[in-house]
Design a protein around this ligand. Structure first.
Ligand code: 5BU
Length: 270
């Protein structure tokens, strides 16, 4: 049976990565496959929003480098507070860093600088363009942390004209097979075709909005039903569809229900 037809509960028992097992356990117990993309620039606004949405999400996605920090210590204050919210509401943190350099450089970028991403982010992501050394470099830092960390490889983007998908995605999958302890899955718009018997990849899809459409800068939106129900992705990543709403809790609930319903129908069809 394809992994996309198995329940998150069942996959939580067998996923090869520790972060994958943790995430799937959270998804099953909270009945949510919704990740919020907290793309605000004021750190206190992000924390207030995430505290409100905490019960509805399995994951919060950050872009740490778009946040306006006044001092280096305010960065640590923010990441400490975000980690406390992750514990309080039982969700994981995903820094959407999109690493894209040689292994040695990404190791420094992941471990150090002002953001010290590996110290607080359970999951991050990377482009495959540089080759497998990027996975090895990031994994070497993950091992230093002493807590579980996971990586998503970028196989396909949501934006108009992106070079991913198709053969690029297949090559990304082949590269990911080289490190099944650290690579949790992919960023793509649907399940990984040609997954081998017994393989389980968690696929997360950005570019999700009820009603579809796009923005003026090349973003393209799919609906939760399309990415999870029809195409077999696992987690929907929603930014402006929720964070710009007058009532984010009510709107997040619409996305949670739509994405969870699409998943339930998918596994019921198995
Ligand atoms: P939106 O407001 O739902 O459009 O935000 C989408 C978020 O997901 C935003 O943080 C992007 O940087 C991110 N994203 C994306 O939109 N498309 C991609 O392929 C990847 C990330 Br990878």
């Amino acid at each position: 049976m394809s992994y996309t037809m198995r329940t998150y509960e069942a996959r939580a028992e067998t996923h090869p990565t520790e972060i994958g097992r943790r995430l799937l356990t959270i998804m099953a117990s909270k009945k949510t496959n919704l990740c919020i993309s907290a793309d605000l620039t004021d750190p206190s606004q992000i924390l207030a929003l995430v505290d409100k949405l905490g019960p509805q999400i399995c994951l919060v996605k950050t872009h740490i480098d778009i946040i306006t920090f006044t001092t280096p210590s305010s960065i640590t204050d923010f990441t400490t507070a975000l980690s406390a919210l992750a514990t309080k509401h039982n969700f994981l943190i995903f820094e959407d860093r999109k690493f894209a350099d040689i292994g040695s450089t990404v190791a420094h970028q992941y471990r150090g600088g002002v953001y010290r991403i590996a110290s607080w982010s359970h999951i991050t992501n990377a482009h495959t363009v540089p080759g497998p050394g990027i996975i090895a470099g990031l994994h070497s830092v993950a091992k230093e942390v002493g807590e579980p960390r996971g990586l998503l490889m970028l196989g396909e983007m949501s934006s108009e004209g992106n070079l991913g998908g198709g053969e690029y995605l297949q090559k990304t999958v082949e590269m990911a097979r080289g490190d099944r302890e650290f690579v949790v899955g992919f960023i793509a718009q649907g399940k990984v075709d040609g997954a081998k018997e017994g393989e389980d990849w968690i696929v997360m899809s950005p570019g999700v909005k009820l009603g579809g459409g796009g923005d003026a800068l090349g973003q393209r939106y799919n609906t939760p039903q399309s990415v999870v129900g029809d195409k077999g992705s696992d987690v929907v990543i929603v930014g402006r569809g929720v964070i710009m709403s007058e009532d984010p809790v009510t709107d997040a609930e619409k996305y949670r229900v739509a994405a969870w319903g699409a998943y339930e129908k998918r596994v019921a069809a198995a």
